[in-house]
Design a protein around this ligand. Sequence first.
Ligand SMILES: Nc1nc2c(ncn2[C@@H]2O[C@H](COP(=O)(O)OP(=O)(O)OP(=O)(O)O)[C@@H](O)[C@H]2O)c(=O)[nH]1
Length: 206
Amino acid sequence: MTGLNALKLDANVVVLGKDRVGKSALTVRFLSRRFIGEYGNIESIYSHNVVMDGRDITFNIWDSPCCQDLSMETSPYEKKVQWANGFVLVYSICDRASFNSVTKLIQSIKDFQGMVMVPMVIVDNKRDLNHRWTVLSEEGRMLTLTIDCQFYVVSAAENYYSVLMVFHGLIDRIWKSKSAIKKQAGIKDIVKSMSAVFARRRTDSL
Ligand SMILES: Nc1nc2c(ncn2[C@@H]2O[C@H](COP(=O)(O)OP(=O)(O)OP(=O)(O)O)[C@@H](O)[C@H]2O)c(=O)[nH]1
């Protein structure tokens, strides 16, 4: 269960994207600061505690092989999406189809979560392979403008800090969205108790 108090947050994060875009590389880079090259096809949930901006964050990061991500009708996918508080959507600059699949993922997440504001970030990975690009970073930037989310250009192979920024940015979004939900729930409680008081007064005066 996720929770929010003054300085503590549990965040369930799902990393999604087409095959071989670097989902595991990105996740492992964040968790261990390392790039190990080959990662296999194992589905894993990693738990990781960090302190960010004075907040105690527990990340639960679900890294799964691609094909499950793109079979959007299946219930494991739906379950995963509903479990998440935030999403890292990855494409590779060398793979145009992976960029197109991010657009589909965004739509499916919105459909399953049914929320207006779903915290997500888009990651343009493998920037070290600039000579093999098929997707311009401007295209990724344009995509984020249409859905109000953050955009990161990274190379999981070459740089730890850019990857760290991805998870930093996402946690900020999750934090804000949870605070907004809490506030809304608070307002609803106040409205409920006021309605109860007025209803009681009406019955008393009859
Ligand atoms: N040059 C370069 N290679 C990368 C980068 N990130 C990942 N790779 C390589 O891309 C390949 C796929 O990386 P993975 O992290 O396994 O990709 P994935 O998205 O988890 O793949 P699936 O598990 O098949 O869905 C591996 O050979 C990685 O070494 C990067 O930033 N630059």
